[in-house]
Design a binder for this molecule. Structure first.
Ligand code: IPE
Ligand code: IPE
Ligand code: MG
Length: 236
């Protein structure tokens, strides 16, 4: 009898390889981002079908500001347009959109688009889509530590009573599940500062496919790989 497939409840995705995909075709890097956009929605649709409950998508990192002003500008405008054109369909699909990231530097119009999408989809329960825009894992922990320090100073929290649960409450999205499967496309085998706190016991699956070539079938393959792993969480 075939082994039962274990479905990861929360998948974190580093959607990497857009630039290389475009370069292979002699196109500008932005054409790769354009091609990668639809893929995320196909993946979300498939994930719902497979029974996944949460997806965190790395759309723009706090380090991506190092890119050329043209590419940054494109990515900002693009996140905004993408949310505007996709949010109604995502809403119909029962997707709850949630933004994780730092407001500093992020375009105001992108923030308002993210907030509108959150408001529109806040009651949805099928799948939570964490859009990580201007997100950095270290930045998230720094922001949490700073706010926690303020609360200690205000006398709301006792420093000696701080636990993992306390710090977790100060992260961008305290209700988020821990990551079960951490998926990165493009063949690179690194985390690039994505969800370090939440992924401390995640299973890592690195796929040798550029993001615009990612498909629901390959997502299923990644889930099969995940399903073969033995998770121990420190136990014997
Ligand atoms: C990932 O693709 C998308 C973003 C970082 C926004 P890249 O743009 O990093 O593509 P490569 O890694 O250069 O191929
Ligand atoms: C990570 O990819 C960020 C996103 C996918 C948004 P990068 O392409 O920026 O990461 P590095 O530079 O290869 O580590
Ligand atoms: Mg990259």
């Amino acid at each position: 009898m075939a082994k039962k497939i274990e479905i990861p409840q929360h998948i974190a995705i580093v959607m990497d390889g857009n630039g290389r995909w475009a370069k292979d075709r002699g196109l500008p890097r932005t054409a790769g981002h354009q091609a990668g956009e639809k893929v995320l929605f196909d993946i979300v649709e498939a994930a719902i079908e497979f029974g996944v409950k949460e997806i965190s998508a790395y759309a723009f990192s706090t380090e991506n500001w190092k890119r050329s002003p043209e590419e940054v500008k494109f990515l900002m405008g693009y996140s905004r347009e993408m949310l505007r054109t996709r949010r109604d369909r995502l809403n119909e699909m029962g997707v709850k959109i949630n933004w994780l990231g730092r407001p500093q530097r992020l375009w105001k119009s992108v923030i308002s688009e993210l907030e509108e999408a959150e408001e529109l989809t806040k009651k949805n329960k099928k799948l939570t889509l964490n859009m990580c825009v201007n997100y950095g894992g270290r930045a998230e922990i720094v922001d949490a530590a700073a706010e926690l320090a303020r609360d200690v100073k205000r006398g709301k929290v006792k420093a000696d009573a701080i636990t993992e649960k306390t710090l977790e409450k100060y992260l961008y999205s305290p209700k988020m599940r821990d990551v079960d499967m951490f998926l990165r496309s493009s063949g690179e085998q690194r985390t690039s500062n994505f969800l370090p706190w939440q992924s401390s016991y995640a299973e890592f699956v690195f796929m040798d496919v550029l993001w615009p070539d990612m498909t629901p079938k390959l997502l299923w393959k990644a889930i099969e790989i995940y399903s073969e792993r033995e998770r121990r969480f420190g136990s014997a």
